[in-house]
Design a protein around this ligand. Structure first.
Ligand code: FAD
Ligand code: NAD
Length: 480
């Protein structure tokens, strides 16, 4: 085995790893970033789950399917007619692939520009703290290094009652690559992936049924937001069975028969053509650690780290989906930046209290900070301000006057404690709330800030005004 010397070796080039590598190089550190991701066509690509099989392809298909849905349902309201609407899934998928390739190709260019050695192959942390690298041809060499960043991400959880077959029973990656729209689609898990991908195929014409084990819909989010979102998803045609558990799948020639137990203790069966299993993801560390590295994992397989992403082994850090905290690309990125700065001897922190979350459905759901239920539980005194998109001119112009913005502020100090949005472009609107909370702003600070008219952001402004009972374009009361 030959040897090379680095300051930092990053294992994994998803949003956590590739960003950490770029920042490390910007800090003047000699950096390598190893990644083994191989797409279904056999091509290797940087970008990890997020760019190849997660955030980016799912948002590309969400956009295409939303346009199709709006053409079918909404264009006539705008006075736009056409002879016949056609769906070309092959072209839709080709566009998605082009978007993905543009983004993953961009990482290779960024590595080059920042002098990061992007290495395609497998990385393993050795017990002496160096990294062994094996290329796709099987050649192995040791990369000597002062610091290592583990950023190996996560993989889908499998369900014993519905094992993946890569064809009719698939994970989210398989679902992003369907070559035809299933007439009947089953989804196990009404979480983020189930709702996003369920929406894609419902908009394209599938009859979608989601089977969710928990009795409550989206229990981690603000209950009023969850209630409104459920109503809207049901209007779109999603059938969501709560408190239901899949017991077995019968593979018939043309259909899959799903057997499930329901909330009342009864049983039900449903025939589908394809099934997406989206019951969560688990940290991925297979083949990553030589025995004796001193890096520990918890009972669920997450690499154990402190608040600064330091593992139990000096000089070794871990970030992103492979460690505790929400499995989100932007959380992985911020941890990557923090760790690369710490290695360079700079002070760095991640503010874990102000990480936004988004579900890219229609309507979108976005939130940051604590929700009403959490504040009640923690006995924090608060005031609520809210504003419906039904009273926002831009939302009407967009034909999307649904949902609301809700702001929770401390009863005494008026500091913003949480912002919860269900409605059009919630994913973009939440940025203002994140910034406000990062600066520990009060609701009054947003209320005193001028927002352009007519914009959706005026709903955030009005919700902030409504915290003090002073909304101007709506009657000042809580949403029903
Ligand atoms: P990953 O992106 O998983 O990257 C890890 C990389 O490490 C992979 O390329 C893997 O091949 C490589 N690797 C693993 N082991 C080794 C090894 N030993 N040697 C070399 N390479 C190795 N998050 C959002 O914030 N917004 C979204 O809209 C969003 N949408 C999503 C949609 C879907 C369908 C899915 C599945 C996920 C989505 N996520 C989204 C979650 C997001 O993709 C993850 O949180 C994010 O990718 C985590 O980044 P990471 O760098 O930790 O890991
Ligand atoms: P999730 O945790 O969001 O949802 C999984 C759902 O499956 C839960 O509601 C759970 O109760 C249910 N479930 C678990 N076991 C079940 C069973 N046996 N039968 C029926 N239901 C069952 O996980 P996910 O949707 O798989 O997504 C994985 C991760 O990817 C999430 O943590 C999320 O952060 C990330 N992600 C983020 C985005 C985004 O930011 N927009 C999009 C997609 C994925």
């Amino acid at each position: 085995m030959t040897e090379e010397t680095y300051d930092v070796v990053v294992i994994g080039a998803g949003p956590g790893g590739y960003i950490a590598a770029i920042r490390a190089a910007q800090n003047g550190l000699r950096t390598a970033c190893i990644d083994s991701w191989q797409n279904h066509d056999g091509a290797y690509a940087f970008g990890g789950t997020c760019l190849n099989a997660g955030c980016i392809p799912s948002k590309a298909l969400l956009e295409s399917s939303e346009l199709y849905h709006r053409a079918r349902e909404e264009f006539k309201l705008h006075g736009i007619g056409f002879e016949k609407l056609a769906l070309d899934l092959k072209a839709m998928q080709a566009r998605k692939t082009k978007v993905v390739r543009t983004m993953t190709g961009g990482i290779a260019q960024l590595f080059k520009a920042n002098r990061v050695d992007g290495l395609v192959g497998h990385g393993k942390l050795l017990k002496d703290g160096n990294v062994s690298f094996r290329d796709p041809q099987g050649a192995e060499r040791v990369l000597k290094t002062r610091s290592v960043i583990l950023a190996t991400g996560s993989v889908p959880v499998a369900l014993p009652s519905a094992p993946f077959d890569g064809d009719r029973i698939v994970d989210s990656w398989g679902a992003l690559e369907f070559d035809r729209v299933p007439k009947r689609l089953g989804v196990i898990g009404a979480g983020v992936i189930g709702l996003e991908l369920g929406s894609v195929y419902a908009r394209l014409g599938s009859a979608v049924t989601l089977i969710e084990a928990l009795p409550t819909f989206l229990p981690a989010i603000d209950a009023q937001v969850a209630k409104e979102a459920l109503r809207q998803f049901q209007k779109l045609g999603l059938k969501i069975a709560l408190g239901a558990k899949l017991t077995s799948v019968e593979r018939k020639k043309t259909a899959l028969t799903l057997h499930a137990s329901d909330a009342s203790g009864g049983t039900s069966t449903i025939d589908v053509d394809r099934l997406i299993v989206a019951v969560g993801r688990r940290p991925f560390t297979e083949g990553l650690l030589e025995s004796g590295t001193g890096v520990g994992c918890d009972a669920r397989g997450f690499i154990q780290v402190d608040a600064h992403c330091r593992t139990e082994r000096g000089g070794v850090y871990a970030i992103g989906d492979v460690v505790r905290g929400p499995m989100l690309a932007h959380k992985a990125e911020e941890e990557g930046v923090m760790v690369a700065d710490l290695i360079a001897g700079k002070p760095a922190e991640v503010n874990y209290d102000v990480i936004p979350s988004v579900i890219y459905t229609a309507p979108e759901i976005a939130w940051v900070g604590r929700n009403e239920e959490e504040l009640k539980k923690a006995a924090v005194p608060y005031r609520v301000g809210s504003f419906p998109f039904a009273a926002n001119g831009r939302a009407h112009a967009l034909e999307a006057p649904i949902g609301f913005v809700k702001i929770l502020a401390h009863q005494a100090s008026d500091e913003i404690l949480g912002v919860h949005i269900v409605g059009p472009m919630a994913s973009e609107l939440i940025a203002e709330a994140v910034l406000a909370m990062e600066f520990r702003a009060s609701a009054e600070d947003i209320a005193l800030t001028i927002h352009a008219h007519p914009t959706l952001s005026e709903a955030v402004h009005e919700a902030a005004l409504s915290v003090g009972g002073r909304a101007l374009n709506a009657i000042n009361r809580k949403p029903a």
